[in-house]
Design a protein around this ligand. Structure first.
Ligand code: THU
Length: 131
């Protein structure tokens, strides 16, 4: 896929829409995430918390589930947002989740522009290490 032609505004808008669906009554910190998949599909996710606080699911967990259940493929371009719609840096665990399904070349939007997963999660442990 030609990454020059990524419609970042469209992915950002979808992330903001997903954020509005977040279930975050405990932290009151809604998160939305959206991604362009290698076959052109757009997918999204939001955080889903739990009364047993430690069981809450990050938005990226929801995104990865949507990726797999809607047919798989590779994550190409990802936008994660906070409740104000601003770009949010995924937590460490979620960078690992995104890396699994996008690898080093997946792009993640930041306030400094798109960054590679290789930059966001350097020296990542991943599927290749198990070979
Ligand atoms: N959260 C995410 O959904 N993704 C992240 O990358 C960072 C944190 C959620 C978890 C929790 O529901 C809320 O944000 C506050 O930490």
């Amino acid at each position: 896929m030609n990454t020059e032609t990524i419609n970042w505004n469209q992915i950002h808008d979808l992330a903001k829409e997903a954020m509005k669906k977040a279930y975050a009554p405990y932290s009151k910190f809604p998160v939305g995430v959206a991604a362009l998949v290698s076959d052109g599909r757009l997918i999204s996710g939001c955080n889903v918390e739990n009364a047993s606080y430690g069981l809450g699911l990050c938005a990226e967990c929801s995104l990865v589930s949507a990726l797999v259940t809607s047919g798989g493929g590779r994550l190409v371009a990802i936008v994660c947002v906070d409740g104000a719609g601003n770009f949010l840096a995924p937590c460490g665990r979620c960078r690992q989740l995104l890396f699994e399904h996008g690898g080093n070349d997946a792009l993640l939007m930041t306030p400094d522009g798109p960054q590679t997963m290789a930059a966001m999660l350097p020296w990542a442990f991943g599927p290749d290490d198990l070979l």
